[in-house]
Design a binder for this molecule. Structure first.
Ligand SMILES: Nc1nc2c(ncn2[C@@H]2O[C@H](COP(=O)(O)OP(=O)(O)OP(=O)(O)O)[C@@H](O)[C@H]2O)c(=O)[nH]1
Ligand SMILES: [Mg+2]
Length: 151
């Protein structure tokens, strides 16, 4: 899902100059995402190598994969407990909204207990990497909040 969103942003580089420019400068993250597309979940243990100097967290959820919501909530909660990620703003993309079976963002927010997040700014954004809907809105939030670390 993550890689699909990056691709979508690149495709819209003229409309979204700022967002795509940001992405092209984050070389390690980009490499990380490319690798994660092929070896998927096995790469998760290596996320911690990218926590240093992280300005913003973008977490992509497959809104149609309801059976993974609980595990996902756990994973996100663990990430937010990482010392190096303390106060780092988090954007949660509720991706794959083009699918009829997709859970709405409100349901995901509830399932993942997002309303208990009080130590940082956060936002959930519905999107579809397939149609592009919501992707730019999410990246606009990122641009506004990238330096919004709560002190
Ligand atoms: N219909 C639809 N398909 C999508 C969308 N975004 C990504 N995909 C497809 O989903 C597949 C890969 O994404 P996922 O399996 O969800 O995500 P992943 O990056 O492997 O991440 P994890 O499964 O969490 O490890 C690819 O076939 C993409 O084309 C979307 O918004 N809508
Ligand atoms: Mg996958």
């Amino acid at each position: 899902g993550c890689l699909s969103i990056l691709r979508k942003l690149k495709n819209h580089s003229s409309e979204a100059a700022l967002a795509s420019e940001d992405i092209s400068h984050i070389t390690p993250t980009q490499g990380f995402n490319i690798k994660s597309a092929t070896i998927t979940r096995k790469i998760r243990p290596y996320w911690k190598n990218y926590f240093e100097n992280t300005d913003i967290l973008i977490y992509v959820i497959d809104s149609a994969d309801r059976k993974r919501f609980e595990e996902t909530g756990q994973e996100l909660a663990e990430l937010l407990e990482e010392e190096k990620l303390s106060c780092v703003p988090v954007l949660i993309f509720a991706n794959k909204q083009d699918l009829l079976t997709a859970a709405p963002a409100s349901e995901i927010a509830e399932g993942l207990n997002l309303h208990t997040i009080r130590d940082r700014v956060w936002q959930i954004q519905s999107c579809s990497a397939l149609t592009g809907e919501g992707v730019q809105d999410g990246m606009n939030w990122v641009c506004k909040n990238v330096n919004a670390k709560k002190k």
